[in-house]
Structures are given as structure tokens and as C-alpha cells.
Design a protein around this ligand. Sequence first.
Ligand SMILES: [Zn+2]
Length: 160
Amino acid sequence: MIMRLYILFSFLLLAVICSSCVDASGVTFGPLCSGNASNRKRGCDTKYGCGNYGAGRGNRKHMGLDIECADGATVYAPFDVKLNGKAVPYKNNNAINDGINLSGEGLCFKLFYVKPDRYTGTLKKGQKIGSLLPMQSVYPGIPSHVHVQMCDKSDPTKYF
Ligand SMILES: [Zn+2]
């Protein structure tokens, strides 16, 4: 009888723990970039298009959200995160073809155009991930930005 209660209790405890760790609703990204404390989103420009999720990119769609960030600016952990290796934006290499896979707060996402200081380990909210790569050298005149993309390619806008 005591054993059965113990097993029952263990399952209940597990259920409570899992509901709090998997539920990512209500998560908000802290500041991603130095000089942009409010996570200001990239708008639209005539040359390169818009920074919102779902914006047109020729015959494709923009599967992330762009947050303004100057070339060389410091990119911060938006909450406590685990670094899960390199994320590569392009098939053909260029000066901004680097990024990082991250997880935390029940979310799996990637940041593009960032040179991370390291690709593994953990960081606390506000600690430095790395620096924004020289986007102006590849897209002259574009509002430089970090590209935020969820691993399942869902819309990240609700977290901003
Ligand atoms: Zn983007």
C-alpha cells in the first residue's frame, strides 16, 4: 500500500514538473542586442523587404523575425539558455554565415548573423552570446539585425 502511494505520488510530482517546464506560453525575450533595449523590430525597406515573420522573399517566405542590431554590437542571452551548436543561415558561405542554436524556457530557437563566443555550454539572461557580424558588407543599406527563428519554424512574434 505504501509502495503504491509512493508510485502515485511520484507520477503526480512528475506531471507538475513537466507542465511547468514544457509550457512556453508567456515567455518574453529579454534584450537581444546592445543599443536596442526594447527589442525594436526591423521594419520594411524598398531594397530588401520587411523583417516580420511571413514577409515575402521572392518565391519564399521569411521564416523568422528580425530584431534590429548594429554590426559589431553585442548579442545577449534573452533568458537563461543552453548553447546547442552552430546554426548556418546560407548554403553558400559569406561574411555573415554564422549563428547559434539555443534552448531555454521550453523554447528551441536559433539566432542568425551572430558570431558566438562559443557554441556549447550555458548562459544566464543578459550574458554575452557573441557579436553581430558585418551585415552591411553583404547587404549595404539594410537595417542590420539578428534573425530569430524557432526550430519548428513557427512564428516567434508572440514572444516579443
Ligand atoms: Zn530575418
